[in-house]
Design a protein around this ligand. Structure first.
Ligand code: MG
Length: 258
């Protein structure tokens, strides 16, 4: 024990200070001979004893000899909700290689009555044309994540020449990119998307997009930004010929030397 340990009464008054040189904090897992431990548990059940706080205490009660050995300070016991948030914060902080990637995508308007944008279906007088569902928002996010990983682009992983991706729902592309990060021991920690078009209006769908993107990427919604702008009637977006999307992804990976 590195802490000083005191015995107190019900009024929090110290009764005495224990000799910490003779004390040990006990962790799990603990190791036993199976047959002996099973017999001890059966003996405890028969005696209606259910007040042991670990297997070792039960083994001691049953008359077994219990020895201690050196534990691991990183083996933190998870009991209360704050224990989980503390360990999650520690694990995230250990991902010291913080990277950003950007993505850009465009799809042209075609005949149709709805568009897919940011993983949300929006009724519109036109559709977006493309090999998949033409969700320029999700595609830009995929490229942003792949950019942070320096791992090619969406076209390299899902070639438009492959009939497999015809009409594909783009959530699978985003899920794939997030999985590429996880496979390297990392986490996507923030996604930001800007959609450029005159119509449809994005504002009414902003929170639905944020929620859907957060769900696909396994993020809390406060880590997903969706913004929209027109291009003041300038250029192809201004002429309502198509929709453009820009995205930024922030990714944390285990540290490696640049
Ligand atoms: Mg695209």
């Amino acid at each position: 024990m590195t802490d000083t340990i005191k015995e107190v009464d019900a009024d929090a008054r110290v009764l005495r200070t224990l000799d910490r040189a003779r004390l040990r904090g006990i962790q799990t897992p603990q190791a036993f001979t199976f047959d002996a431990l099973l017999a001890a548990h059966r003996k405890a059940a028969a005696a209606s004893r259910d007040d042991f706080t670990d297997d070792a205490a039960l083994a001691e009660w049953a008359g077994m000899t219990v020895s201690v050995f050196e534990g691991d300070a990183d083996n933190v016991k998870l009991t209360n909700p704050e224990d989980f948030s503390r360990i999650e914060a520690r694990e995230l902080a250990a991902l010291g290689d913080v990277r950003t990637g950007n993505g850009y995508d465009v799809h042209a308007f075609a005949e149709g009555d709805h568009v897919w944008l940011g993983g949300v279906k929006i009724a519109h007088e036109r559709a977006l044309s493309g090999h998949s569902d033409a969700d320029a928002g999700l595609h830009a996010l995929v490229d942003a994540i792949l950019g942070a990983l320096a791992d090619g682009d969406i076209g390299a992983h899902f070639p438009p020449s492959d009939p497999k991706w015809k009409g594909a729902s783009s959530d699978r592309f985003l899920r794939f990119a997030v999985e590429r990060v996880r496979a390297r021991g990392g986490r996507v920690v923030h996604l930001d998307l800007t959609i450029v078009c005159e119509a449809p209006k994005i504002g009414p769908h902003r929170d639905a997009m944020r929620a859907r993107i957060a769900e696909i990427a396994g993020l809390s919604i406060d880590r997903v930004g969706v913004k929209a702008t027109t291009s003041e009637k300038l250029g192809f977006t201004g002429r309502r010929e198509g929709i453009a999307a820009f995205a930024t992804a922030t990714v944390r990976l285990p540290w490696s030397a640049p």
